[in-house]
Design a protein around this ligand. Structure first.
Ligand code: NAI
Length: 275
């Protein structure tokens, strides 16, 4: 286990009332950490906090509100102390394509991208300056890497989280005396609150949030930056080919998102089949 994850150390998890964030908070508490659960769903948050008892505090907030996240950092410092693990995980879907839903775009970018930036800027300078081991995990998505058409706003937000976290990792590793590292969690299809609102039972293709957290901890233990998760329908080898095809759009001068372009479908299918 990474030295930041140790009994008595402090973790802050956003989006901790449900899904991957809840599973991470429970697991980190299981490792003996004291956990600040942050979410805007006060009711569910209170239930998770009640289960974790004295090991957890709960703070209701909207991560898209910079002042609220800064206030969270002050509250955590006052009530718990120095933060060792920060997981910027709160996220939502439902943005829209390039020509639709301006309000949805603002909401998705405000929560998924600016919410992560707010967490990074409120917590990481103090974590880095402490000289103690620390971890920052930001939750991205494969959609921020391969950009499937549909919810373009979500893709933009998650591509932004990838770029932000890569830049943060570079900055931290070039900061004298800093023992904090940044990591990008890339879940596969995971059965969480986000999915349960549309599908009543876990589809066989989906991982549980606990599986994602297990993979996250394995990757952190190895020192991986990309905490890449597969699921029960997409093995890693398939993801790797999709990522390479996506990068190949530039190198091969193909049209944007050629994977979903009618003229390129047969070539993409042949490539995936190894032809
Ligand atoms: P979830 O809906 O179960 O959990 C998300 C949590 O974030 C909820 O408790 C929600 O109340 C909270 N939240 C939403 N907006 C917030 C805000 N403005 N301020 C504070 N809290 C807020 O969903 P899930 O799947 O656990 O999502 C966690 C992260 O994983 C998200 O960033 C999501 O984009 C990402 N992800 C999920 C995948 C999946 O298949 N479930 C796949 C790839 C990425």
């Amino acid at each position: 286990m990474h030295p930041a994850i140790a009994p008595g150390n402090i973790a802050v998890v956003t989006g901790a009332a449900n899904g991957i964030g809840e599973a991470a908070a429970r697991r980190l508490a299981g490792e003996g950490m004291r956990v600040c659960l942050a979410d805007f769903d006060a009711e569910r948050l209170a239930r998770v906090q009640a289960d974790l008892g004295d090991q957890a505090i709960a703070v209701t907030l909207d991560v898209s509100d910079r002042a609220a996240v800064e206030a969270l950092a002050r509250e955590v410092a006052d009530r718990l102390g120095r933060v060792s693990v920060l997981m910027n995980n709160a996220g939502v879907g439902g943005g829209g394509d390039a020509l639709s839903n301006p309000d949805g775009w603002a909401r998705v970018l405000g929560i998924n991208l600016m919410g992560v930036l707010h967490g990074v800027q409120a917590f990481v300078p103090g974590m880095a300056a402490s000289g103690a081991p620390g971890l920052v995990v930001n939750t991205g998505s494969k959609q921020g890497v391969t950009m499937p058409p549909g919810d373009t706003a979500y893709n933009v937000s998650k591509a932004g989280v990838k770029a932000l976290t890569e830049g943060l990792a570079h900055t931290l590793r070039n900061s004298d005396g800093c023992q904090v590292s940044a990591h990008l969690l890339v879940p596969g299809f995971t059965y969480t609150g986000m999915i349960a609102s549309r599908i009543p039972e876990r589809p066989p293709g989906a991982w549980t949030p606990e599986q994602v957290v297990e993979r996250m901890l394995e990757g952190i233990g190895r020192g991986d930056f990309y905490l890449w998760c597969e699921d029960n329908e997409t093995p890693r080898a398939v993801d790797e080919k999709r990522v390479l095809w996506s990068a190949g759009d530039i190198v091969e001068n193909r049209p944007a998102l050629s994977r979903w372009h009618a003229d390129w479908k047969a070539r993409f299918d042949a490539y995936m089949a190894g032809e």
